[in-house]
Write a protein that binds this ligand. Structure first.
Ligand SMILES: Cc1ncc(COP(=O)(O)O)c(C=O)c1O
Length: 345
């Protein structure tokens, strides 16, 4: 059966154009910096985000970890949202591998960290305290509904960081979704940040890869640490070739995914038993709960949806997150709405 797959935008398979570019890619040993396709991708990424330099890494998790390791020493503390991917879903890498302590503070409903909370969590100079070194934001904020953070908010957090001698890192796994949703240049969204990680392998459709961008000095250190973590890759232009198409062509079409998410949400809103989150969707993610009186739980609904050709991932016992992407078109949206109608009635 041909499935509609709404579990995540990470399920996107490369396009035929990407597969052709991958087959034809000029390659070299990237640890020697000899791979022209990787060099091109890194230069494009740095330019697009308005930073000096970039490094290609196998995953978003490695990109975030490298940023944490470069910014922090062992025993330092990082302020991050209690619903952030860095805090919740990166296997505790900062603590296990960097000896870094997270200082989680509440993500507000709009995905932000309250400025007062950030200020209150910066440690004073005291031999008893860890040293606060870094603030992390996530844009778009996944668990808060895929909500985009504004350039103005990010600037305010950047000001706090600067005044207190801290660095600012943005987990921008979906930063281009944020830029497209707000109709702003991605450079403006990340200008106050010292480093940004973004993923090619989500809405940008590449099979593998993320980029970490920052100053030349920062990226030089990240390159050393990437090797230490075993992330130094060789003829990796075969993957970077897809990434170039992601940057050139996929960043500008994300509005289609957002429009499909809106259309899907409109269909779902009319179904008894589905309680959509207020304002959902903001970008390419739709979050909703099952009504309390519904006898089925989310795993049972997911099982029945699968039998009708639609893959959906329960986010919780009675909650779903659906994600639109390149391979979800109008027909897929209609098929999904019909399947939910059938399952819930
Ligand atoms: C917000 C966010 N940050 C980072 C990551 C990590 O990316 P990867 O799965 O490539 O390690 C993800 C993955 O889903 C994510 O959603």
């Amino acid at each position: 059966m041909e499935y509609v797959d709404l579990r995540s935008d990470t399920v996107t398979k490369p396009t035929p154009e990407m597969r052709e570019a991958m087959a034809e890619a000029k390659v070299g040993d990237d640890v020697y910096r000899d791979d022209p396709t990787v060099n091109k991708l890194e230069a494009m990424a740095a330019e697009k985000l308005g930073k000096e330099s970039a490094i290609f890494v196998p995953s978003g998790t490695m990109g975030n970890l490298l940023a944490l390791l470069v910014h922090c020493q062992r025993g330092d503390e990082v302020i991050a949202g209690n619903k952030s991917h860095i805090y919740l879903n990166e296997a505790g890498g900062m603590s296990a591998l960097g000896g870094i302590q997270p200082c989680p503070i509440p993500n507000q409903k709009d995905g932000t960290l309250a400025l007062d909370d950030i200020l209150a969590s910066i440690r004073s100079e005291d031999v008893h305290h860890p040293i606060t070194r870094l603030i992390c934001l996530e844009n778009t904020q996944n668990i808060c509904g895929g909500v985009p953070l504004t350039a103005d908010y990010t600037r305010q957090v950047g000001d706090i960081a600067r005044k207190n001698g801290l660095a600012l890192h943005i987990d921008g796994a979906r930063i281009f979704n944020s830029a497209v949703a707000q109709n702003v240049d991605v450079k403006d969204l990340v200008a106050p940040a010292d480093s940004v990680m973004f993923c090619l392998s989500k809405g940008l459709v590449s099979p593998i890869g993320s980029l970490l961008v920052g100053s030349g000095k920062f990226i030089a250190r990240a390159r050393h640490l990437r090797k230490m973590l075993g992330g130094g890759m060789r003829q990796v232009g075969v993957i970077a070739a897809a990434g170039i198409i992601s940057l050139e062509k996929m960043t500008v079409r994300l509005g289609d995914d957002h429009a499909h998410a809106k259309k899907l949400a409109e269909g779902l809103r009319r179904i008894d038993g589905i309680v959509l989150d207020e304002d959902s969707p903001h970008t390419n993610m739709i979050y909703f709960n099952l009504a309390e009186n519904l006898p089925l739980n989310a795993p049972q609904v997911a099982e029945k949806m699968k039998a009708l050709g639609v893959l959906v991932d329960p986010d919780d016992w009675r909650r779903f997150r659906l994600v639109t992407h390149y391979w979800v078109d109008d027909d897929a949206v209609e098929k999904t709405v019909s399947a939910f109608k059938e399952v819930l009635h």
